[in-house]
Design a protein around this ligand. Structure first.
Ligand code: NAD
Length: 339
């Protein structure tokens, strides 16, 4: 009997806590029986030091070739400094859909129960298109331009509805600010309404972003799939991560026709980097999303079930979740639960 070829995944360990949580995620994914080869490539601050650029050509070439990457968080300097490598990767590979699922996890302390929300964030347009400049003498003003296109809006809203259909979800909420940003967000909403008409079996509502924030903290169970523009999606996904226990547990996937990059929603956590206490859950669950993407669904489910079980044990959970464990004890605990 012939076996399917073992896929090669580009591996970007990331900055800050990136290398620590990547080691943990790889160990758990391997213990679950995943069949993967890794091609490690440099990116971020460490690449800037060793290669003179935060996003070397060979890293892009590796992702282009393998079409799948697992990526630790990468730091982006505030204000001056190099451009966000995350944004550059999303734009280079046209990874237009950023899918960020967050659900209540048994045992994880949080203010809410029964949350199961997937944010589908448009990932290449809006104010993150990177079109910014200073205006006037002495940098007296600055201008950032938000670009929203009909094509970009159509494909992300369609992606959200297709996702809902495939995963048996029954509601899509489009979050926007079309009352003020009448053209850009007005276009997004207009296209969203037209696409929704093709999916009569899935409920569709639109909500203004400020009201959506209020509703997310007062009645989060009213949300199922959320589709939104780049900036709002960035902010709302941290908010929703907070509803289920914090940034340490929320994974994400950046998807397009040419490649798929899996990562945690959180950043490099410089405040705890190198201390061995980082929570590897989000990146590990991103690894499970990657296994699903590669058709290795049994291994993906083994990862998820073992992580969910370990999270119920206070001795294993990391301190961000009120636990007494650390990265190593949690990782060992997850692996032990798979045996
Ligand atoms: P952050 O997500 O790194 O940290 C916010 C808070 O959450 C910190 O207190 C941190 O300790 C905690 N935290 C985050 N992940 C955790 C984990 N796995 N375990 C335990 N605690 C965790 O956000 P920030 O401090 O605003 O950003 C730091 C850097 O990360 C910045 O350079 C930013 O640009 C970058 N960033 C990268 C990505 C990415 O690569 N996708 C995403 C967000 C931020």
């Amino acid at each position: 009997m012939s076996h399917p070829p073992i896929p090669t995944v580009s591996l970007l360990r990331g900055d800050g806590i990136g290398p620590e949580i990547t080691d943990a995620a790889l160990a758990i994914v391997e213990a679950a029986g995943a069949q993967l080869r890794y091609e490690e490539v440099p990116a971020g601050e460490s690449a800037l030091r060793t290669e003179g650029t935060p996003l070397p050509e060979r890293t892009l070439a590796s992702i282009e070739r393998n079409r799948v990457a697992l990526k630790g968080p990468l730091s982006t300097p505030k204000g001056e400094g190099f451009r966000s490598v995350n944004v550059a990767l999303r734009q280079h590979f046209d990874l237009y859909a950023n899918v960020r699922p967050s659900r209540t996890l048994p045992g994880v302390p949080s203010r809410y129960q029964g949350i199961d929300i997937v944010i589908v964030r448009e990932n290449t347009e809006d104010i993150y298109a990177g079109i910014e400049h200073f205006v006037g003498p002495g940098r007296s003003a600055a201008e950032s331009i938000a670009i929203i296109t009909r094509v970009g809006s159509e494909r992300i809203v369609r992606y959200a509805f297709e996702y809902a259909r495939k995963h048996g979800r029954n509601k899509v909420t489009l979050v926007h600010k079309a009352n003020i940003l009448k053209m850009s967000n007005g276009l997004f909403l207009e296209v969203g309404r037209a696409v929704a008409a093709d999916y009569p079996e899935i409920a569709f509502v639109d909500v203004i972003v400020d009201a959506a924030c209020m509703m997310l903290v007062t009645a989060p169970e009213r949300f199922d799939v959320i589709v939104t523009t780049n900036l709002f999606g960035d902010i709302l996904s941290d908010l929703v991560a907070g509803l289920v226990g914090g940034l340490g547990v929320s994974p994400g996937a950046n998807l397009g026709e040419r490649a798929a990059i899996f990562e945690a929603v959180h950043g490099t956590a410089p405040d705890i980097a190198g201390r061995g206490v980082a929570n590897p859950t989000a990146l590990t669950l991103a690894g499970a999303m990657m296994l699903d993407h590669l058709g290795q669904t049994t291994a993906a489910e083994r990862v998820r079930q073992a992580v969910y079980a370990a999270l119920q044990d206070e001795r294993l959970r990391t301190p961000d979740l009120g636990g007494r464990g650390d990265t190593r004890t949690f990782t060992r605990g997850v692996i032990a639960l798979m045996k």
